[in-house]
Design a protein around this ligand. Structure first.
Ligand code: ADP
Ligand code: MG
Ligand code: MG
Length: 210
């Protein structure tokens, strides 16, 4: 079954709860290799998203996603604000006028979103950023969508891929963002942005399973 609008709204609301619960953890991860604000940034951004939701939740999915993006863009700041802002805005653009998200739409959404991250941040694979989470996940989504899998099956399949990609950021040396200033000292820590991106997948799985 496709993701319906109720599930989409519930995904965004749950994400707000998750970023509230994980605020300290994400900030700790960022304290090790950045400026100790990633949890604060994500929490602030999604609280704003929740404030904006009532005004758009009856609109099409494209409008909802674009609102998420614009809200994050204007409230988060730092590196992750423009990156996540662009992710959701680009994703919203390819889902204009949609009332549900089938597996092909889901692939297009994530593909466009990851395209936005690439455009904004110019990360390369292995630079220890959120892109290191999204690249293998996107590849797996494409494979599953081409196979004709439905969205919940796709989300189930990508979760372990994301989990591995997240752990794989630990031994990397950061080449982009603040963590890159640390050079070799960035090795041995999990990337905060890849972690907050993983929560998007984990939370979506929870929503689709409930
Ligand atoms: P800031 O570094 O400005 O304080 P955050 O702490 O909110 O912003 O976000 C840091 C995260 O942003 C990093 O962990 C990384 O995943 C991501 N990031 C930083 N720079 C880039 C980039 N150029 N491309 C992709 N992702 C990036
Ligand atoms: Mg930071
Ligand atoms: Mg910062």
């Amino acid at each position: 079954m496709p993701i319906n609008k109720t599930q989409l709204i519930s995904w965004l609301k749950k994400l707000n709860t998750v970023y509230t619960d994980k605020k300290e953890y994400l900030t700790e991860l960022d304290a090790a290799i950045g400026d100790a604000d990633h949890g604060i940034n994500m929490n602030r951004g999604f609280s704003k998203v929740i404030e904006k939701l009532p005004a758009v939740e009856s609109k099409d999915i494209g409008t909802i996603l674009k609102t998420v993006g614009m809200t994050l863009m204007s409230s988060v700041g730092g590196a992750s604000g423009p990156l996540y802002g662009t992710f959701w805005m680009k994703g919203g653009m390819v889902l204009a006028d949609k009332e549900e998200i089938n597996s092909e739409d889901f692939f297009k959404f994530i593909e466009a979103g990851v395209g936005g991250i690439l455009l904004r941040g110019r990360p390369n694979l292995g630079d220890k950023t959120m892109y290191d989470l999204w690249a293998p996940v996107l590849e797996k989504i494409k494979e599953c969508a081409d196979n004709g899998d439905d969205v919940s099956a796709i989300v189930d399949t990508i979760l372990p891929v994301g989990e591995k990609a997240l752990a794989d950021t630990i031994p990397l040396q950061a080449k982009k963002g603040r963590a890159s200033y640390l050079g070799e000292r960035s090795i041995g820590h999990q990337d905060p942005g890849a972690t907050s991106s993983f929560y998007m997948l984990e939370t979506l799985k929870e929503v689709l399973a409930s």
